[in-house]
Ligand binder design. Structure first.
Ligand SMILES: C[S@@+](CC[C@H](N)C(=O)[O-])C[C@H]1O[C@@H](n2cnc3c(N)ncnc32)[C@H](O)[C@@H]1O
Length: 222
């Protein structure tokens, strides 16, 4: 088989894998959406939101408008918590690949928050658009994490901040188990791998912080 044919086969296989993972994630989170806000579960999920809320509450009062994009916003809990901070002049956006999650978010959030079904790998926003681009407890579901992070950087303003809070259990053996057993899970990164992904995406002043036993927040400036 010549090289061109091999390349075509490879790209066909990659496209099939990409579509399979997207389908799995849609199915998994569409079926979960109605019950996603179940309180005991949200008690744990909110731990993933803490580093973002700490960052936003520590901002000095300012008059300039702050635009925040919550990628894979799910049922919109983080956006609801950000709204509660009552920051002045803030514009909130949320996207998710699951239409049912977006429906749940639309029902409970104020209409001022712009919500749309969208895939993180193809963000329908112009470049240099947001001051904060955030993803919590979702990065391990992205089928092309380099591309997703590149997209996050693209829509982030110069000097804006990209924040990813994702699962991290210290042990790679546990990470591999997640990849096998959680539907739609692609790759759970070690702290070092996450740092490298941020570097490759061209983000600067990368900082990492362990939130509690099973999460790491990584942030970088564009
Ligand atoms: C575990 S939930 C986290 C939701 C929310 N960020 C939170 O902190 O509760 C993961 C979310 O990632 C979304 N997701 C998975 N793959 C995605 C993709 N390619 N683009 C956008 N969202 C995606 C799922 O639909 C789901 O709502």
């Amino acid at each position: 088989m010549d090289e061109t044919k091999k390349d075509l086969m490879r790209s066909k296989k990659m496209n099939q894998k990409k579509e399979r993972i997207t389908r799995q994630n849609r199915w998994f989170f569409d079926s979960w959406a109605e019950h996603y806000d179940f309180l005991p579960f949200q008690f744990w999920m909110k731990k993933f939101h803490l580093p973002v809320l700490e960052e936003l509450t520590s901002l000095p009062k300012q008059n300039k408008k702050i635009k925040i994009l919550d990628l894979s916003c799910g049922s919109g809990e983080l956006l609801r918590e950000i709204e509660k901070i009552k920051m002045r002049n803030v514009e909130l956006y949320g996207i998710d690949v699951s239409s049912k999650m977006i429906d749940v978010a639309k029902k409970k959030l104020s209409p001022a928050i712009r919500l749309k079904m969208m895939d993180v790998h193809h963000l329908d926003f112009p470049k240099n658009c947001f001051d904060y681009v955030i993803s919590t407890e979702a990065f391990h579901h992205y089928h092309n994490q380099r591309k997703a992070l590149f997209e996050m950087g693209r829509v982030c303003k110069k000097s804006g901040r990209v924040i990813v809070v994702d699962i991290n259990f210290f042990s790679n053996a546990i990470h591999r188990m997640f990849e096998i057993f959680e539907p739609g899970c692609v790759r759970v990164n070690s702290q070092k791998e996450m740092f490298k992904l941020f570097q490759k995406a061209g983000l600067q002043k990368i900082e990492q912080q362990r939130g509690f036993l099973f999460s790491v927040a990584t942030s970088g400036i564009k």
